[in-house]
Design a protein around this ligand. Structure first.
Ligand SMILES: *Cc1c(COP(=O)(O)O)cnc(C)c1O
Length: 393
């Protein structure tokens, strides 16, 4: 099939909800991808942070095929080993106390929202169901997680949205302005991803955690993008010196298979009892086996390298002093690069793509880099060389 034939087929039979790049991808290895025509790309996107252990990873593929041949799916009416073992690994590595598994980031956040409302209902009864989220946040595409998302552009078309969210500036004054007796939780990303790669201030996060404890608000951390090693620790909250009541994850958890979920703290372990929450495919054995292998691959030494490689990539970009790019920011291999005035992130991303480097965009005018966490220095250097060549003139 040619690129043109594929595009025609896609346009004829699929809903055109995505503003796709005019590129198809056929296969990959490590941090490299190839399209149908055989053109090679260096990939700084990792399928929006999902292909955490790179493409064509043999250990990951073997874990999946072995589990698929053993037991592909069984439902949560029965115990299964990968589910329980994955929960154990995640809890032991994060200091959290219990896990629930679903299929996507939005579903994971919905679970955390339900957890907070149930916790509060059990203790205080009705009227305390409001969750504070931050301006410029992103929490998902379901009706409720769109409502949780603190960006007006997302609050369109699909009325009525779910009640019970208020949006705060990421400061303690901002939180005070929207606080009230109806609040049960705060939900935030520690590095706002879709919003433009903005790491939260450490003092703010610390003070917010203290306030949550004082008011008995649950602290819900959305680590759908920052989680599973992306920022150089298994979860980003581990760098902020806080222990959330719930932390959600998805994107990178199973190395590119659809999986999400959340971990809860000791005091929230019993909140969602039998019959209160469920997901038919949640914790599917094949996805859980893939996620367990991702945990093995991303051991503590690999996570340290994520932090180092992130520094190396950021310094590399800054050292190029390209006129169309500005400052870099981020944590680990979650990097935002400001785009200089007179340029747009879309235009720059398209130019890089033509030259064989895939990057993401975010926020108003930011390039976002989320390479596979197993990317090599050589692959990083290759990406930097493409940037220098395309933007150097
Ligand atoms: C991607 C993302 C989501 C939504 O995840 P889906 O799997 O698309 O539902 C939610 N929160 C954050 C922080 C994300 O980056």
């Amino acid at each position: 099939m040619t690129h043109e034939e594929l595009v025609k087929l896609d346009h004829q039979y699929t809903l055109q909800t995505y503003g796709r790049f005019d590129v198809d991808i056929d296969h990959g290895k490590g941090a490299r991808l190839w399209d149908l025509a055989g053109k090679e790309y260096v990939d700084f996107t990792a399928g929006i942070g999902t292909a955490s252990v790179g493409y064509g990873n043999e250990r990951w593929a073997k874990a999946i095929t072995d589990q698929a041949l053993k037991l592909g799916h069984i439902s949560n009416l029965f115990y299964n080993q990968p589910y329980a073992r994955l929960a154990q690994t995640l809890c032991q590595r994060s200091g959290m106390a219990g896990a629930f598994f679903g299929n996507s980031g939005a579903e994971s956040n919905e679970g955390a929202i339900k957890l907070a409302r149930k916790y509060s209902f059990d203790k205080y009864g009705k009227g305390r169901g409001t969750i504070l989220t931050l301006k410029n946040s992103f929490h998902g595409r379901t009706v409720t997680t769109l409502a949780a998302t603190g960006q007006d552009v997302f609050h369109n078309y699909f009325f009525p949205f779910t009640d019970g969210f208020r949006y705060a500036e990421p400061t303690m004054d901002g939180i005070s302005e929207v606080a009230g007796h109806d609040v049960c939780a705060v939900m935030l990303e520690l590095v706002q991803g879709e919003g433009g790669v903005f790491p939260m201030d450490k003092a703010f996060v610390h003070d917010l955690a203290v306030l949550c404890a004082e008011r008995d608000w649950l602290l819900l951390v959305d680590e759908v993008q920052t989680g599973v090693g992306r920022t150089g620790t298994l979860f980003c909250f581990q760098q902020y010196g806080i222990l959330p009541d719930a932390v959600t994850f998805a994107k990178g958890i199973a190395g590119g298979l659809p999986m999400g979920g959340f971990l809860v703290s000791e005091r929230c372990r019993g909140v969602l009892g039998p019959g209160t929450h469920a997901s038919t495919f949640g914790g599917n054995p094949v996805c859980a086996a893939a996620a367990l292998e991702v945990q093995e691959i991303l051991d503590d030494a690999a996570l340290e390298q994520v932090a180092e490689k992130g520094q190396y990539l950021r310094r590399g970009i800054e050292a190029l002093e390209l006129p169309c790019l500005g400052k870099t920011r981020g944590l680990g291999l979650m990097i935002g690069v400001e785009v200089a005035e007179g340029h747009t992130n879309k235009e720059l991303a398209a130019k890089l793509m033509d030259a064989g480097l895939l990057v993401l965009t975010a926020g108003h005018n930011v390039l976002r880099l989320l390479p596979p966490l197993t990317i090599t220095r050589e692959e990083i250097d290759e990406g930097l060389a493409i940037m220098a060549r395309v933007f150097g003139e």
